[in-house]
Design a protein around this ligand. Structure first.
Ligand code: GRG
Length: 299
């Protein structure tokens, strides 16, 4: 792993996990009983926090310097966590293992995990609103950030991509079809993470556009790396069931292009991502290291 990416991810994990564990306790006072307990379980299961690191690195790359940016990162990770809880349900990818632990519906039950996923969406909105207060951002900036986060998580982004993905099970997609799935289900939230970092720093529109361009490329590269790891890594390395794409008869970059071409496509996207930053004069050290990590990660 590029050393700087390791440091960024470790910092993001430490700061975001602390915030999410406080939110986990707080939501359990609002949502009592088994559902509250399951909410806490989902919120505090340990992820790599790549999206959080992207928020924080994007923020700093355009001059942001408040430690409160970690709260914006926590909001993005909360939307991501909701998507994982629902993705693992029997009606979707039907998986037993996530982040090295039983999936929420396995640790609890399907109705509880379904409620947890839905409840995490308003929790993400609360986390984002608190972040804007901590960062002393004007209401218009919070509005822009909320719109970007929840649009990217919606029908034109993550939900739409997941929908296409579910409909495509057992069918062979061409490359354009596959790109539409990947950009929606995975890329949209990653692009939003990068944009929210810029918006939190109140960066000018051209800088936000450059961060969006970077996130657009790196979001697709992230899912290509995920497709590769599904065939090259073990369940123990991944903390989730390996080989799931083949079991569900999913079209992936590996099934469509093969391992080598998938790898080179991810590397090309990473270079394009960095070019967006260079063209806008945005420093590429931290975001470049994260791009490198994303395409060469081992879990
Ligand atoms: C109603 C159709 C419908 C959808 C609901 C469930 C859902 C919305 C979307 C699923 C989106 C999804 C899970 C995409 C996969 C993204 C992905 C590659 C996740 C793994 O991310 P990592 O590796 O995981 O960053 P950690 O655990 O480290 O956070």
């Amino acid at each position: 792993m590029a050393p700087e990416a390791g440091g960024l991810l470790a910092e993001a994990r430490e700061r975001v996990d602390t915030l999410l564990s406080a939110w986990s306790e707080r939501v359990q006072t609002i949502v009592p009983g088994r559902t509250g307990e399951a909410l806490g379980y989902a919120l505090s299961t340990p992820g790599k926090r790549v999206r959080a690191a992207l928020v924080m690195a994007a923020y700093r790359s355009v001059g942001g310097h408040s430690p409160a940016i970690a709260a914006v990162a926590a909001a993005v990770e909360t939307v991501h966590t909701y998507s994982l809880v629902h993705d693992d349900l029997p009606c979707m990818d039907d998986d037993d293992l996530r982040r090295g632990r039983p999936t929420t519906h396995r640790a609890f039950d399907v109705p509880t995990a379904t409620r947890v996923g839905f409840l995490l969406v308003p929790v993400a909105a609360l986390v984002l609103a608190q972040a804007a207060r901590d960062l002393v951002l004007p209401p218009a900036a919070l509005g822009r950030m909320a719109r970007e986060l929840f649009e990217s998580g919606g029908i034109e982004g993550m939900v739409g991509g997941q929908w296409l993905d579910l409909e495509a099970e057992g069918r062979v997609l061409d490359l354009d079809g596959l790109i539409a799935v990947h950009r929606g289900k995975t890329g949209a939230l990653i692009r939003a993470a990068c944009m929210l970092g810029g918006m939190a720093a109140e960066a000018p529109p051209p800088a936000i556009e450059a961060l969006a361009g970077y996130g657009h490329e790196i979001g697709l590269a992230f899912q290509i790396a995920d497709d590769l790891l599904d065939v090259t890594a073990t369940s123990a390395q991944l903390g989730k069931t390996a080989g799931r794409d083949a079991a569900l008869a999913k079209s992936t970059y590996v099934s469509v292009l093969g391992v080598e071409r998938a790898r080179s496509e991810a590397a090309a996207l990473s270079s394009h991502a960095i070019r967006h930053l260079e063209e806008a004069g945005i420093p590429t050290d931290a975001l470049g290291a994260l791009a490198q990590y994303i395409v060469s990660r081992e879990s």
